[in-house]
Ligand binder design. Sequence first.
Ligand SMILES: Cc1cc2nc3c(=O)[nH]c(=O)nc-3n(C[C@H](O)[C@H](O)[C@H](O)COP(=O)(O)OP(=O)(O)OC[C@H]3O[C@@H](n4cnc5c(N)ncnc54)[C@H](O)[C@@H]3O)c2cc1C
Length: 400
Amino acid sequence: MTAAPDGDDTWDVVVVGAGPAGSAAALGALAADPSLRVLLVDRADFPRDKCCGDGIAPHVLDILADVGVRDVTEGWEPLRQLEIANRHTSVAGRLARPVWVIPREVFDARLVERARSAGARVERRRVASIEERDGVVVIDETVRARVVVGADGAHSVVRRSVVGDAAGRSPAALAIRGYVPTPPDLRGLQLIRYGDRRQPAYAWCFDRGDGLANVGYGEFLPERDAGSLSRRLLLEQLERLIPGSVADGVQWRAHHLPLSGLRWTQPSGPVLLAGDAAGLVNPMTGEGIFYAVLTGVAAGRAAAGAIRQGRPASAGATYRRSVQRALAGHLRHTWLASRLTRHEGVVTAGIRASSSDRRVFDDLVEIGLGRGRITPRLATGLATQLSIARTPSGRRSRTP
Ligand SMILES: Cc1cc2nc3c(=O)[nH]c(=O)nc-3n(C[C@H](O)[C@H](O)[C@H](O)COP(=O)(O)OP(=O)(O)OC[C@H]3O[C@@H](n4cnc5c(N)ncnc54)[C@H](O)[C@@H]3O)c2cc1C
C-alpha cells in the first residue's frame, strides 16, 4: 500500500499518468491548495520519450503560467514561421505568437519536476484497475484516493474503467514521427504538407532549433479499417510529401491520436479524465498538448475545490462544467472544420484564403492550436475561394 505522507491511507488526489495532462493536474490541484496530498504515478521513469510532433503552442505556456510554472522552454528556440501546403497551393507566414518544438523527453520531464517541486509525490506504477468503493477510489487494490485524475493517454485504463467500451469508439488518427538533421531550407520553420489520402492526412517537418527536426506523417483512421495503416505506408507517405525526410531518420515511433468529436463527456463522480484520456486531440491538426494542459489544470482545480467542500464525488460535475465553459464552442467548430476539410477543395480554399488575408491565416492557426472558432471572415474567405474555384477560369493568381 502506498500511504499518503501523514500516514492517512487515503491520498487526496491520485493522478494516473505524468504526461502534460497529469503534471498539469497535479500542478492545478497544488496551486489551488498546497496542503493537498497529491500522488502522481506513471508506468515510466522520467525522462521518457513520447511519440509526438513536439510542437508546443503558446497557449500551453499561458496556462502553465497561471499555475506558477514558467521557463519550461528555457534553452530552446522559438519558431516564428509556418508554411501550410497541399499539392495545389501553399501559404507561408509569420505566426502571431511563436511556437516551440521541444522533445517530449525534455518537456514532460520538466513538468514532472515542477509538479514534484510544488509538492506532488512522484512514483513509478503501471495502473491496471480503478474502482469506486464506499466513497473512495481504489487503485489496483492498494492505493486509495478521494479523487482520481485519469491522464494516462490515448489507451487510458482509467477511461475504460469509467466509460467502458465507449472509449474504443472515438474517432482516431495514427501518426509516425522521427528525428532528422534539419534540412537547410526548412530551418526556423514549421512545415505542414497535406496529402491526398483520408483527411486529415499530412506530413510535417518541425525544426527544433538544435540541428534536428521532428518529421512525421499521420492520417485519419476509420474504425472499420483500424489495421490498414502500416508503418511502411506511413513512411512512404512522409517521403512522398517531404522528399528526403526518411533515410536519415532515427527514433521512429507511431501512436494513436484520440480525436475530439462534436461532444465531450465526463461522468459525474470522483474520477476525472484529462488530455488524451479524455479523447481530446484537435481533429484538424492533431494538437493535443494544449487541451491536455488546459483540462489537467481544470481537473486539479476541480478536485481541490471538491475536497475543500468535503464532497469529493462532486468533482466530476464541477470539472465537466469548467471544461464545457472553456472548450464546448471550440469543439463544435473544430468538429465542423474537420468534416469540411475532409474535402481537398476546402483545404485548398482555406490555404488560399489565408494567403489572401493575413487575419484569416491567424484565425486558422488559432483553431488549430488554441481555442479558436470559424470566424465570419474565415467563413467568408472559404466561401469566396470555393466560388472562385468553381468559375470556368478555375482560379485566380494573387500574391499573399
Ligand atoms: C505522432 C504524433 C504527433 C503529435 N504531435 C503533436 C504536436 O506537435 N503538438 C501537440 O500539441 N500534440 C501533438 N500530438 C498529441 C500529443 O502527443 C498528445 O495529445 C499529448 O501527449 C497528450 O498528453 P497526455 O498527458 O494526455 O497523454 P500522454 O502524453 O500520452 O501521457 C500519458 C502518460 O500516461 C502514462 N500511462 C499510460 N498508461 C498508464 C498506466 N496504465 N499506468 C500508469 N501510467 C500510464 C504514460 O506512460 C504517459 O507518460 C501528437 C501525437 C502523435 C501520436
